[in-house]
Design a protein around this ligand. Sequence first.
Ligand code: BES
Ligand code: MN
Ligand code: MN
Length: 508
Amino acid sequence: MKLSLYTDDLREASVDLVALGVFSDEPDRGLAFSQLNAALNGVLAQACKDEDFKGKAGQTVVVNVAAPGGARRVMVYGYGPRDQYTAESARRFAGTAAKVARKVGAATAALQLAVFDAPDDPESVLMLVQALAEGVELGYYRFDTYRRRETSENRLEEVHVAFAAEDVQGLKGAALRDAMRKGQRVATAVAFARDLINSPPNDLTPNELADRARAMAKKNELACKVLSARDLERQKMRLHLGVGQGSRNEPRLIHLTYTPDDKNRSDRVVCLVGKGITFDAGGLSLKTSEGMMDMKIDMGGAAAVLGAMEAVALTRPGCVVHGIVGAAENMPDGNAIRPGDVIEGKKGITVEVLNTDAEGRLVLADALAYAQELKPTDLIDLATLTGACMVALGRLTAAAFTDHEDMASDLQAAWVTSGESFWRMPLNPELQEQLKSDIADIKNIGERWGGAITAALFLKAFVEEGTRWAHLDIAGPVSAAKDQGHIQKGGTGFGVRTLLAYIERVSG
Ligand code: BES
Ligand code: MN
Ligand code: MN
């Protein structure tokens, strides 16, 4: 869709949908609302009253109007209290407006920007404009690849971001347009990740995941290397191979590299590692039918890494970034790994596999070993690793594990910027003994309690002491149960925006 700036009077906007947000603790609803309401002879205030609209976060009223300027509908959206307004509020507002636009078949829309209380901070205005662009694009996202009937037309052609002149004082039009364009680029990368997650597992095999990564890399001028099963053999990546050996769809390792222009190159080398299980049946430790119903999402870590690589390619931050994906399909078969097998991976650590459904950590162990040969200054893995993590934190929040305090604070700053929900969890060394094997160096499961932590501790055993390493368990937020704001039911692309924010932060 086309995004443009709109500096004229909102009352004059000749669009199919006007969207504006209001704060629950501002009873007069602000200037834009009162002006528009007056021009419409009070129908907005009346509709809000009829619908018991209080401006609570996410509350929405849509009114059909015949505005003198030509507008056909107005959406009034609640931001909640003014002091809780963030870029994420703006993103959700824009996402909701896009969904309303889709529902009513709007081709043109105008979104009113709300700035912070101190409008003299130009950086914050640009951040909000970027968030609006992300929100409207992502809120309009649909996964229609497999629909032959009832496909939804993309009718929304032009979206105006509307400003009050005093809110953007000191900002050039070019800077505002750059912020919109950046938001659209980020949304492109998140949509790429969503498409991968939403794709069915009969089509999105490890090889297909590699093909899609290669095509994206080619389009965006990233270096791309794909390792076949034979290459993995040469690399002694037998844990990764072991997970894939019960499937006819051979495993792959995908390695993308972004290199910045020399002039703005910092000495940071960020390495992102993603779990890419294209389907997790559990292997011989077979899941229940219910348990495997949604297991195409088990490559959500890989999707986040590949999405982040596209975001990096499109926005060009100043450090080297590697994206590594361990792709495999975990199936039961006469050739599958057995509970009880002992496998030695790339790192030379022997693993007793007591549960073949704890496969993500096996693939990641080899992928982390591969990544460390690239001498990263920052190593981050993302995985839909444990159901236990969802029990602990629910469906909206991801777990962040790291022993490095400076990395923890950089990560936290990144997730505050992105608005994605994370919570730090401990790597209790006391739990390590749960992973002691009777016959090998380590076993791949601990006891039931603290399952997300023992999974993280398992990974830690494969990371060189002192490495700035973090493990992000995204099992919950990788997919959404319902449409909301900029989120669409299904794959969310969670992680892409936080990774980009992290990379931008550490590359200076
Ligand atoms: N992919 C699953 C984790 C998962 C479960 C992600 C539900 C999203 C939703 C992972 O491979 C797995 O099966 N983990 C087991 C580990 C157990 C066998 C130690 C789990 O969480 O039950
Ligand atoms: Mn599993
Ligand atoms: Mn899994």
